[in-house]
Design a protein around this ligand. Sequence first.
Ligand SMILES: [Zn+2]
Length: 306
Amino acid sequence: MRAPLIFLILIILAVLALVGYNSGWFGTPSSAPTHTTAGDILPGGPLPDGATAEPDEPVGDGGAEQLPDEAQAEAPVDPVKTPDVPSAGSFGHFAAGDLLPKSGSGYLDRTAWSPQLCFPFAEDAFANSQVYGAGGGMGPQDKPSQCDASNYSLPWRDNFCESRGHASPLCANGKGHQGQDIRPATCKKDKHWVVAAEDGIITDMGTYTVTLTGSAPPHRVYRYLHMRMNQLAVKEGAVVKAGDNLGKASNDFGGTPTTIHMHFEIRSGVAGTSTDGKAVKLHTFLPPYQSLVAAYDRKRAGQACQ
Ligand SMILES: [Zn+2]
């Protein structure tokens, strides 16, 4: 008679324990979800009105670039209307956001995101479009060579937000080229040094990318693409000073090479707002052009990087 009684008591205790657990009598289990209100965002769930999803990280090395001969959809008409003439300055350059006509949506932000940027080449260099310029996949038919003099002379030209499929939140249509393309002093690969944009640490290396994270707040993240990866001057984890050599401008792009140029990105270390009122989240791609122009001015004036 005694065994069934003990068995019954054990069952009652087990039921009580289960009910108590689910009712929170013993506190909320750490792995159990707490209540979900209507406003909560579940992973993968819809975002509240007005919110935008974090832009996808480029897969692996990126997708931040594309092959010069890769087919592209026709670019939308540039909604950013600025005079198609060089702006005033100490060297010839078109204004920030003034992309080649019909090469992309452009952008309106005018923040110099890295005001003390160290110009990322040791020598002169030429910011312009490697896709829509001479020798590019969308370039002029009568200029088939990437070594055309037009690519290696002033004026500079902005190409942030040039037509691409990648998420780039500050672009007028939310998509576009996530950095600035810069050609080295001459059309010769593996020769011209690319240097550190500020004091920092080499935090990542891909098959054709090198990432530098600034040591000082706001911990900007700079990404350099297409250097000669088997001849780099730094390794992952290296501590570098502004102006230190990182590697040589080349055309590394994983498999099929790209044109000889360095794709340069600045990503935000903190949240903020662009001058046209767009939300800048952590690691949002930022337009580098204004900072590059100022850095090149300082370089040309003989100022050392700090
Ligand atoms: Zn690029």
